[in-house]
Design a protein around this ligand. Structure first.
Ligand code: G3P
Length: 217
């Protein structure tokens, strides 16, 4: 399974990259705004900065909601850097934009996916990734992980090449559940990735080893 970090914070992206297990980055307008990035030039520069830190795919989301504007914006984003994946919402205009952009060999990530039907249309349009939002579904008392499993099964059954990118991951357990459900990618906050390393027995064992190391000197 691939690991993407879900942030536009350059320090966190560097930290995740330094860990040596990072496969890419996803951003969205909320994450970009959180970093105080304003204006077109600053936005485009920030995506290039991210691409210069990581080796893998970097999702950059279109801000337009209409098809014609989406494809113009998508082409502009894709031209920025070969690692850019154009992120497009799972709407009627968005699906048409995915079809157009994938026809131009531009990688796409169909986002804000909350149903198997949206994922199906995105895959048929040729999306590179679909991003079902687990945490936001959980927030509405709907099982987000069950949706991941359903989409994985559907894509396997019909041999779709579209990768299931589990998004809106809120905690470490979500990552493990994504593994069990067969997601291709999990995009996570850095703390959720780091949480995979946390175990009290590792801490206890390390403390004991430190004590015993002293006995040897
Ligand atoms: O990148 C999209 C997604 O991961 C957002 O997560 O926590 O805002 O639901 P969240």
């Amino acid at each position: 399974m691939k690991f993407f970090v879900d942030t536009a914070n350059l320090d966190q992206i560097r930290e995740a990259q330094d860990l040596g297990v990072l496969d890419g980055v996803t951003t969205n307008p909320s994450l970009m705004a959180k970093e105080g990035i304003k204006g077109k030039d600053a936005i485009l520069k920030h995506y290039i900065d991210i691409c210069n830190i990581v080796d893998g795919d970097v999702s950059a989301e279109v801000l337009s909601t209409e098809y014609a504007d989406m494809i113009k914006e998508g082409e502009e984003l894709a031209a920025l850097h070969p690692q850019i994946v154009v992120k497009v919402p799972a709407t009627k205009d968005g699906i048409k934009a995915v079809k157009y952009l994938s026809g131009k060999d531009i990688k796409t990530n169909c986002t804000l996916v909350f149903s198997a039907g949206q994922a199906l249309l995105a895959a048929k349009a040729g999306a590179t990734y679909v991003s079902p939002f687990i945490g936001r579904l959980d927030d509405t008392s709907t099982d987000g992980i069950a949706l991941i499993a359903q989409i994985v099964e559907m894509f396997n059954y019909y041999d779709f090449e579209t990768q299931v990118l589990a998004a809106s991951i809120r905690h470490t357990m979500h990552i493990i559940q994504c593994v069990e459900a067969g997601a291709d990618v999990a995009t996570c906050p850095l703390h959720a990735i780091e949480g995979l390393l946390k175990h009290p027995l590792t801490d206890l064992g390390l403390a004991q080893f430190a004590k015993d190391t002293q006995k040897m000197s």
